[in-house]
Design a protein around this ligand. Structure first.
Ligand code: GLV
Ligand code: MN
Ligand code: MN
Ligand code: MN
Length: 394
């Protein structure tokens, strides 16, 4: 099943994946998911927020106290093959193993594929799980736009969903006892095949809008320019400095230059800052310092600066009891925090959640070099199988 998913949305030149929510490649991944569920006789539930769950139900039809696993199928622009799909594929494989081994199911196991986890299309990461848990106002979500100006509401409608129905789903949440997400490790921290997450560090996204004046690159003297590229450049350098001062990480990985002509001074620049760190205050200070530096750099060029917070997630400390139980089921594996955001972090505000990590020998993620050895992936499937056996079959 991995082989079927592998070519979907892959750029042949770079090897990077482009699977933005509700674009054709991501729709193909959804079709793959439905097919895998159908082949196994699993019942698929579509919630109002674009999330899908394939249910394996116990013989007695129990629907409560479910163990949810899974991950997401969307990607960042030019992402790796493993971030997201590894958790979904491993979940199907773990269900297969439990069945092959004849382990009787006592509680439902759900395989989830959460919508727009990366926020690569509409800007807010984990949009599907945020809506499900009530972590984002549905009205705000409906109004989010993609790079082409299409609203989330419009895209949902085109996908056959009712945008007015999005939001928290207490019925679904009430049926889930816990969530366990398997994910490729996204840094160099894990030296063993499999590990467990202790925490997700505070992280967020901020949008800087620099407003200047479009003009001719050849006829406009330096003194007459209101060039937004200059404070933008200052802001990028300030992000690095602020991160070093505050013990955080800060990234400007996306920028929109309008109109984007070689021979035109830009009229506006929009840049996105991603900042993360071990503590809220350090992250907040980083952003405040970048903001101050951007304004200082903008003033002499008569450029306006607007700052908007697009999303913020406070520190997530995963449920200790569940983490201990998962650790026991695995017989002692490394426990590590992560700087990457996950649906498990969002869901942990409403139910016990845990994460398994599979070693990444390149230490690279959100890029084509992201990798996990086949043997480590199999160790991940065995680990997830053991955890599901303990939680759903014990
Ligand atoms: C999502 O993968 C994130 O951590 O940015
Ligand atoms: Mn990711
Ligand atoms: Mn992911
Ligand atoms: Mn993520």
């Amino acid at each position: 099943m991995w082989a079927e998913l592998l070519p979907v949305g892959r750029d042949a030149a770079t090897g990077g994946y482009h699977r933005f929510a509700w674009t054709p490649p991501e729709l193909a991944c959804r079709a793959w998911f439905l097919d895998e569920a159908r082949r196994r006789g699993l019942e698929v539930e579509h919630d109002a927020n674009g999330n899908m769950i394939a249910w394996w139900l116990p013989r007695d039809g129990t629907r409560d106290g479910a163990v949810l696993t899974g991950s997401h199928l969307d990607s960042v622009p030019g992402g790796g093959a493993f971030d997201g799909p590894l958790g979904v594929v491993s979940a199907f494989a773990a269900v297969d193993l439990l069945r092959e081994r004849g382990i009787p199911l006592r509680r439902p196991i759900g395989i989830g594929a959460f919508a727009e986890e990366e926020g690569a299309r509409f800007g807010v990461a984990c949009l599907g799980s945020r809506l499900l848990t009530g972590a984002i106002d549905p009205a705000r979500a409906r109004a989010l736009t993609d790079g082409d100006g299409r609203t989330f509401a419009g895209v949902l409608h085109a996908a056959g969903l009712d945008p007015e129905a999005i939001g928290p789903d207490e019925d679904l949440l009430g049926r889930i006892g816990c969530y366990v997400e398997l994910h490729v490790e996204q840094g160099r921290a894990l030296q063993k095949p499999v590990g467990i997450a202790s925490a997700i560090v505070p992280h967020g996204r901020w949008r800087f809008d620099f407003g200047g004046e479009g003009n001719h690159a050849g006829t406009t003297g330096l003194a007459d320019r209101r060039d937004p590229m200059l404070p933008f450049a200052g802001m990028v350098l300030a992000a690095r400095d602020a991160a070093e001062r505050n013990g955080t990480v800060a990234t400007v990985g996306k920028v929109r230059v309008v109109p984007g002509g070689v021979n035109a001074i830009a009229s506006s620049v929009t840049a996105w800052l991603d900042a993360r760190g071990p503590a809220d205050e350090a992250v907040r200070r980083t952003v405040a310092e970048v903001d101050e530096a951007a304004r200082l750099a903008a003033r002499p060029h008569r450029v306006s600066v607007d700052l908007a917070e697009e999303s913020y997630t406070e520190i997530v400390d995963f449920n200790l009891a569940l983490r201990d139980r998962v650790g026991k089921a695995l017989g002692g594996v490394p426990v590590l925090p992560t700087g990457a955001g996950h649906d498990a972090g969002v869901l942990s505000s409403r139910l016990p959640a845990a994460m398994l990590f599979v070693r990444n020998p390149t230490g690279i993620s959100h890029a084509p070099a992201e990798y996990a050895e086949p043997a480590d992936c199999l160790a991940g499937v065995e680990a997830l199988t053991a955890v599901l056996a303990d939680l759903a079959c014990g």
